[in-house]
Structures are given as structure tokens and as C-alpha cells.
Design a protein around this ligand. Structure first.
Ligand code: PLP
Length: 385
């Protein structure tokens, strides 16, 4: 029998992620044995959930770095453009791709500017993040920048020791456009951390050295949802990341949010198995009874961590089935029990209900951020309403 392709819902707004125009992705598209689908209605819902924590005039600067945490920066930026003030990315090259895709909103780049990337800031109207006076030295006349102040993360941001020198250079470089000052919380994912208030205190003092018309911003997802009710940390703008995609920054779930990503594949093969027989490399699972093993064409090359072997479930229609045996590079096995399900049966790996990335994160000792960013570019992304 000729293989039927995985069915794409009719209302789909189908779009191969333009960031990934390699031939592998295109050939996947032709056969569609798996795809990630991003639900833009749920994204709108999450934007509303974020807005419900903010004052009416707080600006939204969504963090769509690293291809929007694996969800696809360009399609998401296109969808969000009319709803937000600006975007945050990590590399200037990401800003360039957004500009080339027609995004006109302000784009703040987190990574410090360097000699190789500096011309991109003026040529593509990107906003630099300045953590040191030497960064100001690099910027070309007319460039915009925000000052990043370190209040404890010790990653990027100007140290307290560096600030006087930085302020001196700011006064001299009147040919540049200083527009903002910000800091980043390192423990706002924990609703009970005393560090957030401490960082905020420090920021509150240090930001007073900067012109009043500059934008001030501190809040990431954790700060917005766990702290904005009792600490005045919203200032003029917020930089939500993981919450856009429907996940909480830490262990405490945020019920208001809906995961926007689901990952669907299909059975490409099935095998009978007898009680006691093993499956896959290393014989790490044996059948508890006679039954059927199903095979999906998804493996660790696609971003399905091998650490999930024997630890995850998939959904077929409304029932959950156990994944069994070692996840291999390109294929993963499912215990179907007595159900001899046909080839092409749709199989969900992740969805917005029972199969969430934070469950995988707990089982593999990581965070939802790593799960979604690890889904390989060779898996096509489709966008649905
Ligand atoms: C400077 C900065 N602001 C905001 C964010 C967004 O953080 P989250 O995804 O926890 O909301 C990040 C993410 O790494 C960041 O580096």
C-alpha cells in the first residue's frame, strides 16, 4: 500500500521556517513524517496573560533570541510586530535576519558589540547592549544603545566599578543615541528568592545616574509572573522570554500560560514482540507480554534527548503510550501493547496538554528552555491559528 503522508490540518497556515531553508528540511516537508506545530492563537493568549501582570503603558520587548527558543523567530516576530514595542535577540546576525524579513520594530541585541559585527548595528538599525566603555568606543556615529548593568548575574553588564568610567564616556559620545538602561535577574524563576529584591535595590540606585528619558527595564518571565505584584520592577518595559512560549521559568508552573508548541510524528513501522524479548540498543527494555512495538522516525538527531529513553510517553489519539528502549539517532520505539496500530497513525511527542516540555525537563534534569531550543532545525515548523 502506498504510504500516506502525515495529515496537515486544513486551517494550517503552513510555512517552513524561513531560517531553515536547507534541503533536509525541504525534503522532510515533502514527506512530513514529523513536524513541530506552533499555535499562534496560544501565543496571543500568552501575550494577554503577560499583559494582565503589567500596567497599561508598560512596553513589551519579547525575547526571540535563538530562533525564539526554537519556535522560529521570523514567523513569531511577524505575528507579534503589531502587539509589541520591540524585540530582543542575542546576536547581531539574528537582528539582521529579522530586518531582512521585513521586521521594522526596534531590536535590542544582548551580546556585546565587537569589531566584526559593529557595522551591522548602523547598517540594520540594531540597538547595542553596552557593558563597558570599550563598547561605546566601537559604536559608529548615530548608533543606539542601552546600558546593561550587572547587579549579580556576573555574566554581561557593567560592573559597579566600571560605571563611573562608562558615564564619562557616555557624556563625551554625544554622537550616539543612549536610549535605555537595564539589568537581568538571575533567580526570578524562584518565587521566594531574596536576591530579586536585592538586585532591584541596586538597580534602582544605579539607574538614577542615567538620563530620565531613557527606557528602564529589568523583568524577565519569572519577575513578571512571580514578583511584579509585590516589587516595583516593571519600570517602562519588560523582556519576557520563556513565558511567551507557554512555560514557566522555574519549577513552579504558571497556570495562565499555554505551551504553543506541539511535536507530531507518525508510525512508520510496527513489529510483533514476544514476552521477554528486548528492544533497541543495549536491550534496556523487555516486553512484559506478547504485543506490538511501533516505530516513529524521530531520534536524538532531531533533538529528542537519549536521556528520555524509557522515561517518556507519547499520545496516540487520546491514549498515552510508553516509549521503550534506547532512543536511537533516527528512530524511537513505542510499546503498543495489544494494539496493532497501522503505519501512518499520528503520534504526538509534545503537546499543550499532557505532554509538556517541562515534564521532559524534569526527567532529564534540565529546563524547558533546553528542550525547545534543542529541537533540530531539520524538523519543519508549521504555524497554525
Ligand atoms: C537579558 C535577558 N533578558 C530577558 C531574558 C528572558 O528570560 P526568560 O526567558 O527567563 O523570560 C533573557 C533570557 O535569557 C535574557 O538574557
Amino acid at each position: 500500500m502506498a504510504a500516506k503522508h502525515l495529515e496537515v490540518p486544513e486551517d494550517i497556515f503552513f510555512m517552513l521556517n524561513p531560517n531553515y531553508s536547507n534541503s533536509e528540511a525541504n525534503s522532510n516537508l515533502a514527506s512530513l513524517s514529523q513536524y513541530v506545530s506552533i499555535n499562534l492563537t496560544k501565543l496571543d493568549h500568552n501575550i494577554e496573560a503577560i499583559r494582565s501582570c503589567l500596567a497599561a503603558n508598560t512596553q513589551l520587548w519579547p525575547v526571540i533570541k535563538d530562533d525564539a527558543y526554537g519556535h522560529g523567530a521570523i514567523p513569531l516576530a511577524k505575528h507579534l510586530s503589531s502587539l509589541v514595542h520591540g524585540f530582543c535577540v542575542v546576536r547581531s546576525s539574528e537582528g539582521v535576519r529579522l530586518r531582512e524579513a521585513g521586521i521594522r520594530k526596534p531590536i535590542l541585541v544582548f551580546e556585546p558589540p565587537d569589531e566584526r559585527s559593529i557595522s551591522l548595528f548602523s547598517s540594520h538599525q540594531l540597538i547595542a547592549s553596552v557593558s563597558h566603555s570599550r563598547h561605546l568606543g566601537l559604536l559608529e556615529t548615530g548608533c543606539s544603545y542601552h546600558v546593561n548593568i550587572d547587579t549579580g548575574m556576573k555574566r554581561l553588564g557593567a560592573s559597579v566599578e566600571e560605571l563611573p568610567r562608562l558615564l564619562e564616556v557616555i557624556k563625551k559620545r554625544t554622537d550616539l543615541r543612549g536610549e535605555g538602561v537595564y539589568t537581568h535577574f538571575f533567580q526570578a524563576d524562584d518565587p521566594y528568592s531574596p536576591t530579586v529584591a536585592k538586585q532591584l535595590d541596586q538597580f534602582q540606585q544605579l539607574q538614577s545616574h542615567f538620563p530620565t528619558e531613557w527606557l528602564r527595564h529589568t523583568a524577565n518571565s519569572g519577575a513578571i509572573f512571580h514578583y511584579s505584584k509585590h516589587l516595583s520592577l516593571l519600570y517602562d518595559a519588560v523582556r519576557p522570554g520563556i513565558c511567551l512560549y507557554g512555560y514557566s521559568a522555574g519549577k513552579q508552573a504558571i497556570d495562565l500560560l499555554l505551551p504553543i508548541l506541539s511535536w507530531q510524528s507518525q508510525l512508520v513501522h510496527y513489529q510483533p514482540i514476544k514476552i521477554g524479548e528486548s528492544v533497541s540498543y543495549g536491550a534496556r527494555w523487555r516486553a512484559p507480554s506478547d504485543g506490538w512495538i511501533g516505530v516513529i522516525p524521530v531520534g536524538y538527531v532531531h533533538g529528542l534527548s537519549r536521556l528520555l529513553s524509557n522515561q517518556m510517553k507519547v499520545r496516540i489519539q487520546d491514549a498515552l503510550y510508553e516509549q521503550v528502549g534506547s532512543i536511537t539517532m533516527d528512530f524511537t520505539l513505542i510499546w503498543l501493547g495489544k494494539n496493532q496500530l497501522p503505519v501512518n497513525t499520528p503520534v504526538y511527542l509534545l503537546d499543550a496538554q499532557r505532554l509538556r516540555a517541562n515534564i521532559w525537563a524534569l526527567k532529564t534534569n534540565t529546563i524547558a528552555y533546553e528542550i525547545t531550543t534543542r529541537i533540530s532545525p531539520i524538523v519543519p515548523r508549521v504555524y497554525v491559528f
